[in-house]
Design a protein around this ligand. Structure first.
Ligand code: B12
Ligand code: SF4
Ligand code: SF4
Length: 226
């Protein structure tokens, strides 16, 4: 039988920087339809991992490098997710991959509101990888919010990691809320429509550029809290 340590070591070997486990009992408050067991009936543990998102992209004078790196991070995390799922399956373990971005099924076109099949930041909190800040992003003590997340559901019963014991935000800070050009943030959630209309640009050449990441960039804890 594969051990917890073997799984974590393999995830790091595949290119992730951090990895944690969250038992399904930690998802009792998940909205109906978005619980791990709604995706995989036999799920017992959510394996959550993340890789560092290169922060230098935030200082470029154009958003193209950031957009390029974002796409590479999607590819990187999805490759780790795919590989881990395949290897667990080969070892006789039930495993279902969670896409790190798209596709997802839920889309409300009126509100331009999408929802991942599993919210990775909620899963990461439950696997001890950090806490959510007022910008609604996961903040890890060492990597801040500059992380891209991934997850695999498994029917293996693995011991859950300790949840983070630090606070994500600096007391009194609301820089991200005040700076958001779309006024999309209120400290607990996000108006997706407002964010989408300020952060996505469709170029005449048919490409897409992520125009805004200010809630990420402006955060004093974007690269860690210690
Ligand atoms: C849809 C989506 C978006 C949407 C909505 C963002 C959002 N905050 O939810 C838009 C297009 C606006 C967006 C923008 C960005 N995104 Co985005 N996005 C996603 C995606 C694909 C799904 C997120 C989702 O389901 N949101 C909908 C729900 C969860 O949000 P909500 O309505 O506020 O949820 C409420 C309830 O539904 C409930 N809930 C929902 N699920 C659960 C589960 C549990 C257990 C509980 C208790 C509650 C609960 O709690 C909320 C509060 O009421 C995820 C990948 C993934 N699968 O998680 C990436 C993801 C969240 N995005 C990410 C990033 C980096 C960004 C951007 C920085 C991109 C950019 N522009 O550069 C911005 C940041 C904007 C911001 N401040 O959030 C990263 C975040 C990494 C991190 N450090 O946290 C993710 C995790 C991708 C990844 N694989 O790393 N994104
Ligand atoms: S990415 Fe930009 S528009 Fe979207 S929530 Fe963050 S600051 Fe606001
Ligand atoms: S900018 Fe301030 S309020 Fe926003 S997430 Fe960072 S520490 Fe929290």
């Amino acid at each position: 039988m594969i051990s917890s340590n073997e799984i974590k070591a393999r995830v790091i070997q595949l290119g992730a920087d951090i990895c944690g486990f969250a038992g399904v009992d930690r998802f009792v408050d998940a909205p109906q339809g978005f619980h791990p067991k709604d995706i995989m009936k036999e799920c017992k543990t959510v394996i959550v991992f993340a890789a560092r998102f290169p922060a230098n992209t935030l200082s470029a004078s154009t958003q193209s490098p950031y957009t390029f790196v974002r796409h590479k991070m999607v590819d990187k995390l999805d490759t780790i997710t795919f590989q881990l799922t395949s290897e667990l399956e080969s070892a006789g373990v039930g495993a279902i991959p969670i896409p790190s971005s798209e596709p997802y099924d839920y889309w409300d076109s009126e509100r331009r509101h999408g929802q991942g099949i599993l919210s990775l930041k909620h899963a990461a909190v439950r696997a001890g990888l950090g806490k959510m800040g007022k910008n609604t992003l996961l903040i890890n003590e060492h990597f801040g919010n500059m992380l891209w997340l991934g997850a695999v559901l498994t029917d293996l019963e693995l011991e859950s990691d300790h949840m983070a014991d630090y606070e994500a935000c600096i007391p009194g800070c609301q820089l991200c809320i005040d700076s958001c050009p779309g006024q999309a943030l209120d400290g607990t959630t996000i108006i997706q429509q407002a964010c989408r209309s300020h952060s996505t640009k469709f170029t005449e050449g048919g490409g897409v550029v992520l125009l805004c990441n200010l809630c990420r960039k402006i955060c004093p804890r974007r690269q860690g809290i210690r």
